[in-house]
Write a protein that binds this ligand. Structure first.
Ligand code: ARG
Length: 571
């Protein structure tokens, strides 16, 4: 497909001496008001170079471009060159390219097969998988899909929180109050109950804390008894998490969590010592980061056990050696900003300049209407409950509106889960937000179900078309001059831009850019569908319009897939 921006940059740089193609390309803007053209080139900065007023420069460039047939109009307005692309060219390019490439539309190889790690989800074993975790889980999954689409080799890692002093507490609690039967029946609820009980009891009897520290130290130093318990906690918790991943259709390439680095930490500690970075502070080993305003990064506790940061340092080094990543992306809450700055600084001080390629992609907090979530106080909304409620609400709606619909179970799952995921990805990730049942279960307006419904509507138009017509559409044997209404034009231009939106979303690690664009495409399609009669008598007009419906259908399905949502054919 022609990249018009690229093409314009080429023309301008060839026709105007002294202007570099790349520079021109970077300067080209897409005007927010389409009356100002499809593309605009501002000339302010050129005044110095050409010793002329920006207006005169713009006039000169406009003049030079005007005889090219990719443009229908080129005009100078103040210091801008406003360019209108010959619409038929955009339509032919877009429809041809979408229909030919199908689900590959928007793919590129700008990643050159370089490796990117996306670490996401990473819940803590024995703790509820709650609504707060959905953010890392679905943002990370979409970022993985976006990078894969543009030609990177992407490794998905779930850095499970399966290690640390809390496991000492769990072991002690389990020994005193737990049983394997209960653990199997309701793993997370039981583990959480024992953990809470531990804290209550430890208030009265602080010796429990010493016992817990000892249990964790034993675990870390390889004691079989503690290891066996830790293994069953991990196994049963993971089974519960897997249920949620399955609902969301999410997979990982590696579940190497914190515990995976146990045997890799001693070397790191040696290395830190050799490089003179470790100092003793109240019995613990720390790296002093005061001079960078980052406090102290604790590496080893006084009882010789490791910490969260130690495991992150070990993980980064292991991943660099093992995967030789180009970038390692961490989709982790913004509450951990300081933690990421600290361990990255430690890596820098160790001399690993590649630490700059470890990128923390933060996101805002999820609050509940009655305050912050608190596991200890039992204020928590389980992610699995949210997904299941969304599914049953969808089922109710279908049963009411369309009682004979086939595959109700399957469609309710696709739409219910789609609603939750889409909702999560429609806002800029850094914003905090308050979870509300009403909001997630509202399917009106700019929601996942709305986009899915648009897809199903387009699919139904295509199902009703004749085979002959569809043959012409599939071979792009159509004439674009029949689709030139304002609503058709707007729709085509939005679909044309999808590939650049994908790249932009990937490089900004911001799936919401694509989500918003997908809503725009769906709205534009619905306007076209509403304004135009599609199955008209005239064969040429009918096939051109059907081609646009098919193009929209494919485009929407591709976007939904990148967001991590299914596209049901019927709803
Ligand atoms: N398990 C952690 C939590 O739930 C998130 C892990 C983030 N990743 C990391 N490499 N530190 O808070």
């Amino acid at each position: 497909m022609i990249d018009f921006k690229e093409e314009i940059a080429k023309q301008i740089s060839e026709k105007c001496e002294g202007l570099q193609r790349e520079e021109v390309k970077r300067a080209i803007e897409i005007p927010t008001d389409s009356k100002m053209g499809d593309y605009a080139f501002p000339c302010f900065k050129l005044a110095k170079v050409f010793r002329k007023s920006p207006q005169l420069i713009a006039e000169d460039i406009a003049e030079k471009l005007s005889d090219d047939d990719i443009f229908s109009k080129v005009e100078q307005v103040n210091a801008y060159v406003n360019m209108f692309i010959n619409f038929e060219r955009i339509a032919e390019e877009t429809i041809g390219s979408v229909i030919k490439s199908g689900d590959k539309y928007g793919e590129s190889n700008i990643g050159n097969n370089k490796t990117i790690i996306v670490e996401f989800s990473s819940p803590n074993i024995a703790k509820p998988f709650h609504i707060g975790h959905i953010r890392s889980t679905v943002i990370g999954n979409s970022i993985y899909k976006l990078y894969e689409k543009i030609g990177y080799k992407v490794v998905r890692i779930n850095h499970l929180g399966d290690y640390g002093t809390q496991f000492g507490k769990l072991i002690v609690a389990y020994r005193r109050w737990g049983s394997e039967d209960e653990l199997i029946k309701e793993p997370i609820k039981s583990l959480l109950g024992w953990y809470t009980k531990f804290h209550e009891e430890a208030e009265k009897n602080p010796e429990l804390n010493d016992e817990a520290r000892k249990a964790f130290a034993n675990l870390e130093h390889g004691s079989l008894e503690e290891k066996r318990l830790w293994e069953i906690f991990r196994k049963y918790s993971l089974e519960e998490f897997e249920r949620v991943y399955k609902l969301l259709g999410i997979k990982f390439d590696s579940y190497a969590g914190e515990s995976f680095y146990t045997d890799k930490m001693p070397q790191i500690i040696e290395e830190l010592k050799d490089k003179g970075l470790l100092i003793k502070s109240q019995g613990a080993e720390i790296v002093d980061l005061e001079e960078y305003d980052l406090g102290a990064c604790m590496i080893e506790k006084s009882d010789g056990t490791s910490l969260y940061a130690t495991r992150d340092i070990a993980a980064a080094i292991y991943r660099k050696n093992h995967y030789d990543f180009d970038k390692c992306i961490y989709v982790v809450a913004s509450q951990q900003n300081l933690h990421f700055k600290q361990w990255k600084k430690v890596l820098e001080l160790m001399g690993y300049e590649w630490q700059k390629d470890c990128i923390h992609v933060p996101f805002g907090l999820v609050m509940l209407e009655d305050g912050a979530m608190s596991t200890r106080e039992g204020r928590v909304v389980f992610l699995e409950d949210v997904l299941n409620q969304a599914i049953s609400k969808t089922k109710e709606i279908i049963d009411e509106k369309n009682p004979d619909a086939p595959n109700v179970e399957e469609i309710s799952k696709q739409v219910g889960v789609g609603a939750v995921v889409f909702n999560e990805l429609s806002n800029n990730r850094i914003k905090d937000y308050t979870f509300s049942w009403d909001h997630v279960l509202n399917f009106e307006g700019e929601t996942g179900p709305y986009v899915q419904y648009t897809y199903a509507r387009a699919s139904s138009v295509i199902r009703n078309a004749s085979e002959d017509d569809m043959d012409k559409v599939k071979n792009c044997n159509i004439e674009c001059k029949y689709i030139n209404s304002d609503s058709a034009k707007n729709l085509i231009k939005l679909i044309y831009r999808i590939p650049e939106v994908i790249i932009d979303s990937a490089y900004k690690d911001e799936p919401s850019i694509l989500t918003r664009h997908t809503i725009d495409v769906a709205q534009a399609f619905n306007k076209f569908y509403h304004d135009e009669h599609i199955l008209v008598d005239d064969e040429y007009e009918r096939c051109a319009k059907l081609a646009l419906v098919e193009t929209s259908r494919i485009a929407i399905a591709n976007c939904l897939k990148l967001i991590g949502i299914e596209a049901p054919e019927r709803m």
